[in-house]
Design a protein around this ligand. Sequence first.
Ligand code: GCU
Length: 668
Amino acid sequence: MGNERKWTQLWLKYDRRQKEYDADLGRVNVSGFGEDTVEKKVLESALKEWKRGFEGYTGKSVTEDTAAEEAGLRILKDASVPAEGYVIEVTDPSHVVVKASEAKGVLYGIFALLRAMGLEQELSEAAGSFSPSNPLRMLNHWDNMSGDIERGYSGNSFFFKDGEILVGDRTRDYARFISSVGINAIVINNVNVKQQATWLITDRYFDKVSELSRILEEYGVKLFLSLNYAACMEIGGLDSADPMDPKVIAWWKERMKEVFARIPNLGGFLVKADSEGRPGPFTYGRTQADGANMLADIVKEYDALIIWRCFVYNCQQDWRDLKTDRARAGYDNFKPMDGDYHENVILQIKNGPMDFQIREPVSPLLGGLTKTNQMLEVQIAQEYTGHQIDVCYLIPMFKEVLDFKTYCAPENDTVADVVSGRAFGNKNAGMAAVCNTGDDENWTGNDLAAANLYGFGRLAFDMELTSEAIAEEWAGLTFENKSEVKKTVVTILLPSRKVYEKYTSPLGIGWMVRPHDHYGCSVDGYEYDRWGTYHRADHLGIGVDRSHNGTGYALQYHQPNADMYDDPETCPEELLLFFHHVSYDKVLKSGKTLIQHIYDSHFEGYDEAVALRDQWKSLEGQIENRCYENVAERFERQLYNAREWKDQVNSYFFRKSGIPDEKNREIY
Ligand code: GCU
């Protein structure tokens, strides 16, 4: 591997010995699992991890193949345990049983025991029956084969460098980390598939991709690749990518035959088509369903999936065009074919209708589709949420999305119900996150951003976990468990999303970011651009009318959500400017005018960011210096950013509206 640098062990820090665990647990007996080689490999990973973790935490050694009656840790096959699930039974501190129907369940069970040890709990606290809420728990890497990462804020790729694939110890550690939180699938390459990445499905890369895939397989992680929809033209030499053209179908059949013969553990493909310049079926007058089904039918015999993204919109809009609304596009493009997508197609839908802003309504496609497999896409790469410079713990946002009641059915109708497959009984469903990792020593740029990686995995595995519980787990494992440090870290994480929201764009309007790189404030940066991202501020008010009087977007929801959003009086205030154009002197529920709310929230947001920074400073000398300095330095940049946002937003709206701040604070 070309980049053998140092890297941290994130939350798998097995070098602390604060609590005693019985030495008998080092005597391990495994029984009932068959001869299947993949199962064996996964079991081996589980046992290796137990050895590493138990020995690290206790200083006591682990021996395998102990006779059953002498074993402290017994691992048993039990066909009645649900797929990927595990049962932990603790009879006394020296006797633990882990049961699972497949090796992957054992692996998750072992990680659960190690988690309890890392949190200095009695192992009985880990006892119970567990199985994942979501069938697919996936990370989408936007890594390019050059080595850079689209929207990456943690260094370069650890999968690719200079057109080659990297496989080594870092790959293995990564597989361990993500498996420890229950991730079972990753896409290694960017959704914008260009140049060399188009060739990942050819002989040029099979050997290395296979090597990588085998490592993932040992940790129960399926490999997926992003596909270039026009590969049949770009590397196949055809003159069309029409999904109905027999030549095109024949080309893909041949290609897939070879791909699945050569790459083990391949779960399927992720496709971004007809989106932001990427090719797709629209060019040939075909629908998204035509494109997705063509590929899905071909990969079906390999038990593979086509995950088709719904991020399809007109990115060539004119700012004078008040009719076209980017927010509407997902629903308009995909809803009409609801029911037409084949069984092994999953539509992957971003949480909001725009693009990962700090506050957006839930996409009306989620639950708007009732006859189609769907999965949720969130972004832990902090593209619009502070570039892993600003601290922004995103799990509370994901919880809000999952808890949203779509009214797609009389009951079991939340987004969590829909994407887990519970609502409509689909087995092809789940959650994906655009990943925030890179080859930085600490993996995520800002040490605190690892809470989002950890948290996404844990939440996708168990959607009932609260944001607080996840933050506490992560902080307890990463820092020390019973200490002021953990408390302080959790106190920083929990409000951080609200703080970021306060000093950036107000009440759901979004954008106002610097074009292209999406960090920092530029109120009008996108206003006259072609991307369909407007705030429509004038001297009287601000906001986009998406009610029935405006673009009609609000009506894409099921009732009563449609009515709730349509009416400015019932629209949740945090989304008011997303749905309505509102005058600056409108009085909000707080009793403040809109303009005063804008001023106040920006001053507050900045002050609260300062307070978060001060809390971090109180940790100096109490935690590892590398980590302290990493976050401290980023906090200084966050404060600079927060100040810029506050001053630019406040000055802009003061000058537009001419209405002064009631509290007479400094506005330029
Ligand atoms: C955003 C992001 C792009 C990305 C796109 C996508 O627009 O800025 O870099 O390619 O989302 O999700 O496909």
